[in-house]
Design a protein around this ligand. Sequence first.
Ligand code: AMP
Length: 308
Amino acid sequence: MTRILVVGSVALDSVKTSEGESRDALGGSAVYFSLAARHFAPVSIVGVVGRDFPSAHRRMLEGRGIDLAGLRAEAGKTFRWAGKYGRDMAGAKTLETQLNVFKDFRPALSEEQKGAPVLFLANIDPELQADVLAQMRRPQIVACDTMNFWIASKLPALKELLSKVHIFFGNEEEAKKLTRQPNALRAARVISEWGPSVVVIKKGEHGAVLKAGKEVFVFPAFPLETVKDPTGAGDSFAGGFMGYLASVGGCEDAHHLKRAVLYGTVMASFNVEDFSTRRLESLERGDLEERFVDFLERLTVPREAALA
Ligand code: AMP
């Protein structure tokens, strides 16, 4: 089965929302991504933690089939992020980013990791993302994500990276900031001109836009009345999306890309139901498929009704 290699943050997050708070809880872009993608394909994480990283988190991830051979433990502290959300849960306000062991991290991939057919460059320093990509032999699908922190501090490295990837994920605010465009569609067009033929712009509770080559498709979000913690929504979306693509083995076909958005949307909807990675830890494939069908039924407008 197609293996996915992911490089990204493995973090201890402190998050405050109107529904409660968590302190030094498991997080990080690579973690959310892997917990989502594992339902579709084997996943290996490349990253670094400090000696303070609880071994219970390692055991939990390995217990869910995630390969941690590439997760190094270095002297120092684990990456930490603190953020809070307003009542509408739209967009995190970063309170603190401590790179800690990520500051000096230079990943060296094993021969097996270099041969992975699918690579996800999750949100982390774009120079690290490029470093990993440069070591790969011939990946068939390469995707990347980023966030405001890197758009503000490493724009040239990020643009250079974008010229080498097939798929880009970003939220609407980041995409507009990155491209200096006024709306998601124009931002997606500009990003696709820089390199990626597939661009996914996420709009939180308003769904997502998929640009696949010249075509554009729009999707609503799965309707949820209560969101407890939106942290990791983007990464779990990417995990569902990339996991599904890895399981079908390609990113050319619009039909597969549309299904990938549906799986990403459903995965993110589970993730935001609880703090940290709690809901993704307990999620089973059956829950996922049940909500996937539920989502499809809500989406469908019978042709006859639409045309009447
Ligand atoms: P998301 O909500 O999907 O955008 O991702 C949230 C995750 O990204 C959190 O678990 C954080 O630990 C992680 N994160 C926050 N800021 C950064 C950063 N500058 N670089 C890498 N990861 C980050």
